[in-house]
Design a binder for this molecule. Structure first.
Ligand SMILES: Cc1ncc(C[n+]2csc(CCOP(=O)(O)OP(=O)(O)O)c2C)c(N)n1
Length: 295
């Protein structure tokens, strides 16, 4: 399978720059509320969502910006949404976590999106469509009963639901080691859902993997559970970080962006990064200058 490294890098660096700039905007007092950045996990969103068609459906959670940018490739609508502007993805009413646009839906209630995703996958099956539904959840969401109820029905009804569990090793400040007994993958297996586990941030592994899974799902229409062991480089939201610096440094060496150096030249990487940054700066200026109209 040919891997479109330039396109994937463009999306990865877009997510990285967007998220890190959001944190700066918060500290400059230009943004309010909260945010959960996707820094460190970019390879998962871009490697999976890039295989989807516009008719497929994506459900995401509180850490949704990376999934949104990978799907919609439209930072302007996301920044405007987070800034509460009318031009935002859903009119500035949803903010950072609650986005609904085209076939993208996110919600901050952990586990709350799974029954919705299940229902949507059932609808696709009912309509005999070739579309699939992808839902992204975190390791912390394994503490929610609706996760298991949804897995049970997804298996029983044989619906085209791809559950991508991004195990970034922490639920807010709680390590998986203090929180989860047994193996994550066994939870999906116990419901008879086909499942797979990887530990990598390398797009050259993840992109073909998701390509195969999604192709198979379009043929058999059945659910699949993909566990990706990864890491969140930034804090859970803004400053709430109690992790060991050594551990963070270890994972920084496995930063998903680093792997692109094996496939793109330094010039290509610099050029793409520069163009993406320039575009983001223009978008930020334009969005900041937009007045909010209260209806
Ligand atoms: C039902 C519910 N309980 C608690 C919270 C508060 N909360 C927001 S994110 C989070 C941790 C989520 O961990 P995980 O699912 O692993 O996702 P991650 O933040 O690591 O991406 C918690 C407890 C919530 N949003 N919803």
């Amino acid at each position: 399978m040919e891997i479109p490294y330039r396109e994937l890098y463009k999306k990865a660096i877009l997510i990285r720059f967007f998220e890190n700039r959001l944190l700066e905007l918060f500290s400059e007092g230009k943004l309010f509320g909260t945010t959960h950045t996707y820094v460190g996990q970019e390879a998962v969103a871009i490697s999976s969502i890039s295989h989807l068609k516009k008719e497929d459906v994506v459900f995401s959670n509180h850490r949704c910006h990376g999934h949104y940018l990978a799907k919609e490739n439209d930072p302007k609508s996301l920044l405007a949404e987070i800034m509460g502007k009318n031009s935002g993805a859903c009119g500035g009413r949803g903010g950072s976590q609650h986005i609904s646009r085209n076939n993208f839906f996110s919600n901050g209630i952990q586990g709350g999106i799974l029954p919705n995703a299940l229902g949507m996958a059932f609808a696709e099956k009912f309509r005999r469509s070739p579309n699939i539904v992808v839902v992204f959840i975190g390791d912390g969401t394994l503490g929610e009963g609706s996760t298991y109820e949804s897995m049970n029905l997804a298996s029983l009804w044989k619906v085209p639901l791809l559950i991508v569990l991004e195990n970034n090793q922490y639920a807010q400040t709680t390590s998986v080691n203090d929180n989860l007994a047994g193996e994550i993958i066994d939870r999906a297996k116990s419901f008879g859902i086909k499942s797979n586990e990887v530990k990598t941030n390398d797009v050259s592994e993840l992109y073909p993997l998701f390509g195969r899974i999604i192709n198979n799902m379009r043929q058999d229409g059945e659910p699949f559970f993909q566990l990706v062991n990864t890491y969140r480089i930034n804090a859970h939201s803004k400053g709430d970080d109690f992790r060991d610096k050594k551990e963070i440094d270890f994972w920084k060496k496995k930063d998903p962006l680093i792997y692109f150096k094996n496939f793109l030249s330094e010039q290509e990487i610099n050029k793409i990064s520069k163009d993406v940054m320039k575009n983001l700066k223009e978008i930020e200026k334009e969005t900041k200058d937009t007045q909010i109209k209260f209806k």
